[in-house]
Ligand binder design. Structure first.
Ligand code: FMN
Length: 205
């Protein structure tokens, strides 16, 4: 199936939202936790967390500030300068999903979605970068603490997401289990394997 730009423009808003939100493939499933100066906690599912650099250890995520709908996550981050990021596992996919509902500021998603707060300030807010073309901002934060189940940590430092039962997100409503296919070495030109039959694979199929 082929979609031209004018096809994309003419499909219904919800279909376009679903198509464009799932076109990139699997996104990470995380909950951003924040607290206001008046001690109201807030939790929001966010699928746009990205690695920015390892040294310094920086992560970013996208937020769409909306003049009509207040973004409690952003308000709290600006107030306190801190936020947490928690990876969603299979055990609490549904609880995590429903944190996206538009709760009033004084209602904590932790209570409403049966999740328990742990007060660990793991990300320090550094800056927000405006992306004018999409009217969104990227929040940039520095990792201060990482807590991880040891069974998932390999000797070389990689995290095995399958062992953690971590999940992936497609679009805004589909959740996937993750299963590791293979670990491959750092790709050096002199080590390229001989692919079977030397037949080129059509990646468009
Ligand atoms: C699967 C999924 C992924 C989402 N990812 C993002 C995201 O990356 N950025 C964003 O701004 N909102 C995202 N949302 C929407 C927020 O979770 C939702 O707007 C939430 O109410 C924001 O919380 P707040 O108003 O308390 O800050 C996502 C929602 C779902 C269901």
């Amino acid at each position: 199936m082929y979609f031209s730009r004018s096809d994309i423009n003419s499909i219904t808003r919800i279909r376009r939202l679903n198509l464009i939100n799932s076109v990139t493939g699997i996104k990470p499933a995380n909950l951003i936790g924040t607290i206001s100066n008046s001690s109201s906690t807030n939790l929001a599912i966010i699928s746009s967390v990205v690695h920015l650099s390892s040294n310094p250890p920086l992560l970013g995520f996208m937020l769409r500030p909306d003049n009509n709908v207040p973004r409690h996550t952003f308000e709290n981050i600006k107030e306190t300068g801190y936020f947490t990021i928690n990876n969603i596992t299979n055990a609490f996919v549904e609880n995590g999903h429903y944190t996206s509902a538009k709760f009033a500021k004084e209602i904590s998603e932790f209570d409403s979605c049966s999740l328990t707060e742990e007060y660990l300030f793991s990300m320090k807010y550094l800056e927000n970068i405006e992306i004018k073309s999409s009217n969104t901002i990227m929040i940039v934060g520095e990792i201060e603490h990482i807590e991880i189940d040891e069974i998932a940590l390999s000797d070389n430092g990689y995290i095995d997401l399958e062992k953690l039962d971590a999940v992936g997100i497609s679009g805004l409503s589909s959740y996937y289990n993750l299963s590791k296919i293979i670990d491959l070495p750092y790709a050096r030109v002199e080590d390229i394997p001989l692919f079977s039959n030397n037949e080129s694979i059509d990646i468009t199929e």
